[in-house]
Design a binder for this molecule. Structure first.
Ligand code: ADP
Ligand code: MG
Length: 228
């Protein structure tokens, strides 16, 4: 498995008076079993970069390739790609829309066309992994705290068992205990399932501790690789 960004540029409102270069000449390859930290100040392009990785945004120049195939070519199945490349968005509200916590987590695996038993197994396991107790399964996601919403959103993506797991600032809203638990879940996914993880976060020191390597985006500057 390889997910490649090749000279990716993203300009919002290109050709208008509000033109904004959010990404410039980004080259990046994500391989199986890699843990990559993505840092950058607010507005530096982290979320924009992330949304290119499963085709939610299209580069205004350059290309995104999954196993050598251009994901923005006609005929390429974005649905299939999104079952392999799972994204936990920066704001969990963008991700939660079902009537109960359990239904929300089941949504992803259901879309994969799995049988009911497998859907249940994966959903309960994922909820357990993120520390959401049985008492919350039938609650509306909108009644949860910020940290609980975040953990349910993460469970929904974990339950899909993606090849690449991308998390946009997942540690915000989490208290220290759940932050550490999340990092250990991610490490385990890398070690046991060779999942590739790309995670954006604010703290460079934390990023360096947990990642194989760290990249830094900075708006109209090309990607900066930071080695340990
Ligand atoms: P980060 O996630 O690092 O905070 P973003 O990727 O959200 O950064 O934003 C990068 C830049 O692009 C910022 O200057 C932001 O204001 C701008 N931007 C983000 N989304 C849009 C949009 N939908 N339309 C116009 N500009 C946007
Ligand atoms: Mg962001």
């Amino acid at each position: 498995m390889a997910l490649l960004l090749n000279h990716v540029e993203h300009v919002y409102g290109k050709g208008t008076a509000f033109e904004k270069v959010a990404l410039y000449d980004i080259n990046l390859q994500i391989n199986e079993g890699e843990f990559i930290g993505l840092i950058g100040h607010t507005g530096s392009g982290k979320s924009t970069l992330i949304q290119h990785l499963n085709g939610l945004l299209k580069p205004t120049d350059g290309g995104v390739y999954y196993n050598g195939e251009d994901i923005n070519e006609k005929g390429f199945s974005k649905k299939k790609l999104r079952s392999k490349v799972g994204i936990v968005f920066q704001y969990p509200e963008q991700q939660l829309f079902e009537t109960t916590v359990l239904e929300d987590v089941k949504f992803g695996p259901k879309n994969l066309g799995l049988d009911n038993l497998e859907i249940d197994l994966r959903s309960y396991e994922a909820l357990k992994q993120v520390g959401i107790g049985e008492d919350l399964l039938d609650v509306s996601p909108f009644e949860l705290s910020g940290g609980q919403k975040r953990r349910v959103a993460i469970a929904g993506v974990l339950a899909m068992k993606p090849e690449v797991l991308i998390l946009d600032e997942p540690t915000s809203f989490l208290d220290i205990r759940h932050k550490l638990e999340l990092l250990s879940i991610l490490k385990k996914m890398v070690l046991e399932h060779h999942t590739a993880v790309l995670m954006s976060l604010h703290e460079l020191d934390l990023a360096q501790k947990i990642s194989d390597y760290v990249i830094c985006v900075h708006g109209d500057l090309s990607l900066i690789h930071i080695s340990e």
